[in-house]
Design a protein around this ligand. Sequence first.
Ligand code: ADQ
Length: 458
Amino acid sequence: MEDTSNFVVISNRLPVSRDEEEGRWETSPGGLVSALVPILREREGVWIGWTGVPDFAPPPFTHDDMRLHPVPLSQQEMEAYYLGFCNNTLWPLYHNAIRTPQYHRRWWHPYRETNERFAEAAGRVLAPSGVAWVHDYQLQLVPRYLREWRPDATIGFFLHIPFPPVELFAYLPWRESVLEGLLGADVLAFQTRQSVSNFRNAALQYSAARPDGDDLKYEGRRVRLQWAPISIDAENFESTARSRAVADRAARLREQFPPVRRILLGVDRLDYTKGIDHRLRAIHTFHSRHPKEAAETVLLQLAVPSREELIQYAEQRDRVERLVGQINGEFGRPGYTPVVYMYRQLEFEELVAAYSVADVMLVTPLCDGMNLVAKEYVASRVSDDGLLVLSEFAGAASELKEAVLINPLNLDQLAEALRRAVQTPPEEAATRMQALRATVQRYDVYRWSRKCIEALEN
Ligand code: ADQ
């Protein structure tokens, strides 16, 4: 008899990764994990997910006070389910098809089977009438499978990425099955009101769901639709930004550049949705049109490696690196490099130090569920200075209204926004930043998780 629990979180990845050299587990960084740890502790909850290593699923274990139940995935499943269906079909389709989604039946079947396996793992460990909270696009069929097996459960689902407009979603050959999968939940939560409405339209058009006020009725049950924008552990960024260690690191980083130089910063996973290439092209336009102002800036672009096995990601990396080379070749000179580019994962304090020295933060995705980087920058600006330039296509744009909002595809507008950003009077920057900081401090990740869980428990 397995240990059961009243509260189970199910996500593709467990919140830990394996350090093979040291032979131990490490808790993954990030707000979601920090927000869920106290909840899991309080309820003696269980987290179900994959270890990140194919064919490696040790028996359940406890790490950092979290009870973890690994689900096995073979190398072939990892390729078909994860790299294939999740990241070559769903990811581009849900991000407004900014890359062409690939549709293959040989990926769909492993997606279904894998989802069934996660649901079974959850069904085994969930105590009678317990709460299961399923996360993200990799596991959209889990609510339905779990409900079939455990009709007593209360099931929540949170989508971290956008739900696309119905006209795009309609292309998915398995759209009905995906909707039926999601509609197995009692509460479906999304990052933006737009995603809530997109899902509602898709469900009304391609499933048996019917309107029930703002929610849906499906198979005699009410399915609640919730707008729940995710956030960060703002207090942690703020206190880290105020720490001696980060102040020292930030001072050392600042010393690398002449005092007159304004630091522009980009921090992204190297993903084609993040608009790093458009940002660089706008930087090129900025240097061409306004050489004097541009020469007083440097762009620090930090990119964390991601999904390197996929061709679109390798191509995007090439594109980004070519543009960096082009800008530095055309506008650099001895003692001046316009773009400083780093392709690696930074430690937390290094990241906060980068946020602390950045005069202007550039967050320019073409499409993004939320974008936590924008919120992290704001939380780290403890002196109420600095300017956030934010794409209107990031979920964060609907909350961070005092940012300078731009369309990243409009390179002229973006280049002009850069010119203005570096000349913004400090009083204007402070007014904007104070308002942004108030929002991020108030709506932090703890408030988000409470909101989601209250909806499930009421
Ligand atoms: P992501 O697409 O991964 O998340 P994002 O929200 O920006 O996007 O989070 C990226 C995280 O990686 C941030 O916490 C950031 O600090 C970190 N990071 C980026 N570059 C780094 C570097 N070089 N070194 C260290 N850390 C780095 C998905 C969705 C988003 C949604 C989140 C949460 O795509 O839209 O906001 O989930 O729901």
